[in-house]
Design a binder for this molecule. Structure first.
Ligand SMILES: Cc1cc2nc3c(=O)[nH]c(=O)nc-3n(C[C@H](O)[C@H](O)[C@H](O)COP(=O)(O)OP(=O)(O)OC[C@H]3O[C@@H](n4cnc5c(N)ncnc54)[C@H](O)[C@@H]3O)c2cc1C
Length: 395
């Protein structure tokens, strides 16, 4: 029997782990991950506003199928021309195929003063420790102005700032202090939500819940001594407690040739195929790649499936499908569903969508571990919830 080709996957997160488990029969698969645990990042919101750590992480080894080799180490260099990957120990690995999926680097320093702000009030885009600081703030604040402000429109999970402010509203109402707290959401866009169509769903909810929205406000500088955020557009916003969604950058890996990364370190990959430049043996998937039209786990998942099919000789392509379950507080939810050809559909807020979000969080680990069981279910789901169809239902 011919020897299996070597498939290296850098990063065992949402994209990398699903890709690895989808290729075990055909390839000799190795995953390199810099931590022994696989983190489910949406849980940061549950920690920040519910102190719920239940789905935060699982050992990566427990999620990968038998036959997948796992190396716990940090990749420091990838040379696409030489087909080599260099680990922190200076050990070199070679490959026949590579998929680069190391996610993002959170860069608090890009916004002056944000590091100090995060030390005080935390955030829900970086670490569980920072998310737990947010929980401390929302559990103790009695009056004043609580701000969620966006410093980087290309952050992970487009609806997450809205989920954050609405979940904060829920906590303050349940604690009976909401009347004394002014909630402000400051965003860089001309309206509350960047996609006009989905804004029609979200803006009335923000209004009804008494959340003040500041538009054209891209957080640029934080003055923690005077408790003020200044925007790129020149406006000032005072706060008593604030979270600035930090700048997201590409992975801290030296990737050669240099033209394979953009100025922020994201890997230049084709949006339809995930292929990197002219290298037909190299792919970038998920948050680390420029091919992700939304930095979400679902995008990483769908891209992993496209790459898995392509290396098996099928002509699979990304449709740009997004599927972001969005929690609105008080057991209501909606979904941001769009693709390259259709803007986000106007999926209404209801309890069923909230339950679906929760069910998905619980099923997440099984989805990674058992692609053969879940793939047909997702195929049916994605087929029947195409934006084209939803646009006809929710006008
Ligand atoms: C608050 C919040 C809410 C979210 N909500 C949702 C949601 O509801 N639905 C949704 O679909 N998505 C959601 N997301 C986004 C989702 O979590 C990410 O888009 C998804 O995890 C991206 O997958 P990935 O594989 O690209 O990266 P990751 O899952 O981040 O995995 C990258 C992996 O690479 C490893 N790594 C990094 N650098 C190296 C290196 N040098 N060497 C070796 N290994 C390395 C990391 O340790 C990690 O395991 C949310 C994110 C946040 C922060």
């Amino acid at each position: 029997m011919a020897e299996k080709k070597k498939f290296l996957i850098v990063g065992g997160g949402s994209g990398g782990a699903i890709l690895a488990n989808s290729l075990t029969k055909e390839f000799d698969v190795t995953v390199i991950n810099d931590t022994p645990n696989h983190y489910y990042w949406p849980q940061l919101l549950q920690i920040a506003f519910r102190n719920d750590y239940s789905n935060l992480y699982r050992p990566l080894s427990s999620l990968l199928l038998k036959g997948v080799n796992l190396i716990i180490d940090k990749v420091k260099k990838i040379d696409l021309q030489e087909r080599t990957v260099t680990l922190s120990t200076n050990k070199n690995l070679n490959y026949d195929y590579i998929a680069i999926a190391p996610g993002v680097t959170i860069d608090h320093k890009s916004i002056e003063g944000n590091e100090k702000l995060v030390n005080q009030f935390g955030d829900f885009h970086s670490t569980p420790e920072n998310a737990s600081k947010v929980f401390n703030v929302v559990s103790n604040m009695k009056k004043g102005t609580f701000v969620v402000s966006v410093g980087d429109p290309y952050h992970r999970c487009p609806p997450s700032p809205y989920e954050g402010i609405l979940m904060a509203d829920e906590v303050f109402r349940l604690r009976g202090v909401r009347d004394n707290i002014n909630l402000v959401l400051a965003v860089p866009y001309p309206r509350a939500y960047p996609a006009e169509t989905f804004n029609e769903v979200l803006e009335p909810i923000l209004k009804e819940r008494g959340i003040n929205v500041m538009t054209f406000f891209t957080a640029d500088k934080v003055d923690v001594d005077n408790k003020k955020i200044t925007s790129l557009e020149g406006e000032e916003l005072s706060y008593d407690a604030a979270i600035v969604i930090p700048v997201h950058k590409g992975p801290k890996i030296e990737i050669k040739p240099e033209e394979s990364i953009n100025q922020d370190g994201f890997i230049n990959a084709d949006k339809l195929t995930n292929q990197i430049l002219k290298y037909d043996d190299a792919f970038a998937i998920g948050d680390a790649s420029t091919s992700a039209n939304a930095k979400t786990g679902v995008t990483a998942h769908l891209q992993a499936k496209v790459v898995a099919k392509r290396v098996l000789g099928l002509d699979a392509k990304n449709t740009g499908r997004t599927n972001c379950p969005t929690e609105l507080g008080f057991e209501k939810g909606t979904f941001v569903i769009s693709d390259y050809n259709h803007p986000a559909a106007k999926v209404p807020a209801n309890t069923i969508n909230f339950i679906m979000k929760r069910l998905f969080a619980d099923a997440y680990w099984d989805v990674i571990r058992h692609p053969e069981f879940w793939d047909p279910i997702f195929d049916v789901y994605f087929e029947n919830t195409q934006p084209e169809i939803l646009w006809k239902i929710f006008k």
